[in-house]
Design a protein around this ligand. Structure first.
Ligand code: ADP
Length: 420
């Protein structure tokens, strides 16, 4: 809506038409404000909209800063007070913010709340001002006219609606800023934790290797001199050490995931083939059968995805019922720009209360004797899928089997210039 149009509508004998058009204008301002991410953008939108909506000769955007009013921005036929501070008790915006209500002043020189000196160098004869956030004002929007003018109540109503929207936009910016800071802190601490896990597991490997070689030497040199009990001690030490090696190895892999990233379009079918080759012995020994639909092309990192499929297949084979050979079915379904892959087994299943918890680091539901493991595999799967901006979850019927689903981007669904 142009200023002339607004002016003619206000003056027209049909104010309700003006009101409808002003509301339409307000709706587009609301949309603009909802996209604003900083206070300068809000100020720019508001100073323009305030002036256009009321067809004033000038508009200001004032912020409360402690006991000062800060004239943050303006849009006017000639300069007003942009960039200046005034005490709250010595200017009209201070009055509006203190009282939380609008003012309309037809003759500014006849109103004692107005510091006339501050206005003498300006064009202002009349003004209207509304608070931003009525309950506890954080600012104000001022409108100014060069000739004596008394805006209609509808105009003040629209201006107040603009101020209310502005307060929501400012609150959003505050929350957005807080969220950004929190995400940053989280990312930093995540990075630190990751580094710690990597350094710790890396440094633990060295002394562990020494322990393993020393125990091996002990067995080689003195094995024949030891009785059953002595040999048992050595066996247990060797088992403990190799479990620790496995655990540290898994943890290292987990901590290193972020560094691997090499994203590109790839055939998941080839990734599966490599994994099946690696698991050949396990598959044979367990008598497992693995069926798979033809797997699609996805956008991903081959090393990470191998790790993901390997963990899921190993689990599907490992968590089996005694009497049944493992049967694993891999499926693929397309959904918009993503693929949903499913790995279903006929194993022991998982109680529904644990379906989310199992993706946490070191979360295991069974003793080492029943099903050995480190409790890191699914946490690694989750991290891999999240690095692909996907999602992983499990569904299960206890005693009958589990299906692990994960979502990966299809190559067409990825903007190659912004993704990783
Ligand atoms: P790990 O296999 O080393 O124990 P994971 O992180 O891979 O660790 O899995 C965590 C836990 O989730 C397992 O200990 C097991 O209790 C449960 N789990 C994972 N996969 C399956 C499955 N296919 N069937 C039943 N339980 C499973």
């Amino acid at each position: 809506m142009t200023q002339q149009a607004t002016a003619s509508i206000i003056d027209s004998p049909n104010p309700s038409r003006w009101y409808v058009e002003a509301m339409e204008h307000l709706v587009s301002v609301v949309q603009e404000l909802s996209l604003a991410r900083d206070i300068d953008s809000v100020a720019a939108i508001v100073r323009k909209a305030a002036r256009e909506l009321t067809s004033a000769d000038g508009a200001t955007f004032v912020l409360r800063e402690g006991d000062q009013c800060y004239y943050a921005d303006e849009n006017a036929v000639s300069p007003l007070w942009k960039g200046q501070h005034f005490p709250m008790n010595a200017c009209i915006s201070g009055w509006v913010m203190t009282h939380g209500e609008p003012v309309v002043i037809e003759d500014i020189y006849a109103d004692e709340r107005i510091p006339a000196e501050a206005y003498r160098s300006t064009f202002v004869k009349s003004l209207a001002m509304v608070p931003i956030r009525r309950a506890s004002p954080i600012g104000a929007i001022g409108n100014y006219w060069a000739s004596t003018h008394r805006p209609a109540p509808e105009v003040i109503h629209v201006l107040q609606a603009l101020a209310d929207t502005t307060s929501v936009a400012m609150e959003n910016i505050r929350l957005y800023g807080e969220l950004t800071r929190k995400v940053q802190t989280l990312e930093e601490s995540n990075y630190e934790l990751n580094r710690f896990a990597w350094v710790a597991s890396h440094d633990l490997q060295e002394p562990l290797r020494t322990i393993v070689t020393q125990v091996q030497l002990l067995e080689q040199r003195y094995g024949d001199k030891l009785d059953i009990r002595g040999k048992n001690y050595i066996n247990r030490a060797t088992q403990g050490a190799s479990r620790l090696q496995q655990l540290i190895g898994d943890l290292l892999v987990h901590a290193q995931l972020q560094k691997v990233k090499n994203f590109r379009p790839l055939a998941l079918e080839n990734v599966l083939e490599n994994v099946l080759n690696d698991l050949n012995t396990l598959i044979k020994n367990s008598g497992a059968t693995i069926h798979s639909e033809t797997l699609p092309w996805v956008w991903g990192d081959p090393v990470l995805l191998e790790r993901l499929l390997q963990n899921l297949l190993t689990n599907a084979i490992k968590f089996q019922k005694q009497e049944l050979p493992p049967r694993v079915q891999i499926t693929a379904a397309q959904d918009d720009k993503h693929w949903r892959i499913g790995v279903a087994d006929n194993g022991i299943g998982i109680e529904s209360t644990y379906l989310e918890r199992i993706f946490g680091l070191f979360q295991r539901l069974h003793s080492q004797d029943m099903y050995p493991g480190s409790g890191i595999g699914l946490a690694t799967c989750k991290k891999v899928v999240e690095l692909h901006e996907g999602r992983i979850w499990a569904e299960s019927v206890p005693g009958e089997g589990s299906t692990f689903y994960f979502i990966l981007p299809s190559p067409e669904g990825v903007d190659k210039y912004t993704h990783h």
